[in-house]
Design a protein around this ligand. Structure first.
Ligand SMILES: NC(=O)c1ccc[n+]([C@@H]2O[C@H](COP(=O)([O-])OP(=O)(O)OC[C@H]3O[C@@H](n4cnc5c(N)ncnc54)[C@H](O)[C@@H]3O)[C@@H](O)[C@H]2O)c1
Ligand SMILES: O=C(O)C(=O)CC1(C(=O)O)C=CC(O)C=C1
Length: 293
């Protein structure tokens, strides 16, 4: 498999750093440059050998790169693409790890029109509520899925190359349209995070919030773990995937209303049925299925 000579991470954090570490472990990268705005975070990336050198200048850093991985919140990606466009080698491959794909596809079209054959948007379906270079880990993508949403202009051999690198990181690679991607991940990633923020805020609004939090245990911990995720990342996702997210939030509003009605009705059988449906589906989903989670 072809190794990367110079990989540049635009945004050096959990997702880009874990990609760099996996390629390093697979001996598929010679040099990794970490670009960012926070010097402490970049220094940490250097100390942890996530990257081999650091820079605060994206335009300068991408000179001579054969692979650029954009790992910032999606709202930052357009400005970075615009900055690097004049400095990319003609055959430099550009990809990203953004959680939304219709908006990111449009950014490639708007800001990297000369490079489109070498651009392949992507999304690793793995991560955590932690962020920054210190959160980067070997093996994050082991057995996980990565969704590629190639542009109409993406060259097949470039898509294959990206697929090979992700597979070398241990991932299973899938392909779908940006629209299908954004609808799916609204329902199983974006809206669950937003509901977790909402639930956390609803507890904070209680008159006895401190006492409630003091007594909260594992159920609350499981339900709200993702409420600790990075605000910038989730603001950008909510803004980028607005239409699918609004549909799913409204559907959840209806579910909540149905639940209120059931509890109000004191109809134990109907409540059991309601809970049973969700419980059976969650148990089934949770059964270890090769390559599922
Ligand atoms: N966290 C997850 O679970 C997860 C999973 C899959 C995909 N993603 C996506 O991957 C991307 C990165 O997420 P992450 O969790 O690695 O975040 P992170 O906070 O760990 O890393 C992002 C880094 O980008 C830097 N950054 C932000 N704006 C910048 C700019 N304009 N120029 C240079 N650097 C900048 C930040 O300082 C930070 O170090 C996001 O688009 C996110 O939606 C996240
Ligand atoms: O494990 C977590 O904490 C995550 O939130 C990871 C997670 C998700 O499963 O929703 C978050 C955002 C992504 O774009 C992909 C994965």
């Amino acid at each position: 498999m072809q190794a990367v000579k110079k990989l540049v991470l635009l945004g050096t954090g959990l997702i880009s750093g874990s990609f760099a570490l996996a390629l390093k472990r697979a001996r598929l990268v010679e040099q990794v440059v970490g670009v960012g705005r926070n010097l402490d975070n970049l220094q940490r990336a250097l100390d942890l050998n996530v990257v081999d050198s650091i820079s605060d200048d994206a335009a300068h850093a991408v000179v001579g790169a054969d692979l650029v991985f954009i790992g910032t919140p999606v709202g930052q990606m357009g400005a970075l693409m615009q900055k690097i466009a004049p400095h990319l080698s003609a055959d430099c491959i550009v990809t990203d790890g953004g959680s939304t794909k219709q908006d990111v596809a449009a950014l490639y079209q708007a800001y990297l029109p000369q490079q489109l054959a070498y651009c392949v948007p992507g999304h690793p379906i793995a991560g955590s509520d932690l962020s920054g270079a210190a959160a980067a880990q070997f093996g994050l993508y082991e057995g996980r899925r990565v969704v590629l949403t190639p542009l109409p202009e993406s060259e097949a051999k470039v898509v294959e190359q990206i697929r090979d690198w992700w597979q070398a990181c241990g991932a299973q690679v899938y392909q779908m349209s940006p629209l299908a991607h954004d609808e799916i991940f609204s329902s199983v990633s974006h809206v669950p995070h937003l509901l977790s923020f909402a639930y956390m805020n609803s507890v904070l609004d209680r008159y006895n919030a401190a006492e409630c939090l003091d007594f909260a245990a594992s159920g609350f911990r499981d339900f709200t773990r993702i409420a600790g995720s990075h605000p910038d990342m989730w603001r950008d996702i909510a803004l980028a995937n607005q239409s699918a997210i609004l549909n799913d939030l409204r559907a959840n509003q209806q579910q909540l209303q149905a639940l209120i009605d059931l509890v109000e009705s004191s109809d134990g059988v109907a409540l059991t049925n309601y809970i049973q449906r969700a419980s059976s589906a969650r148990i089934e989903w949770g059964k270890p299925l090769k390559g599922k989670k």
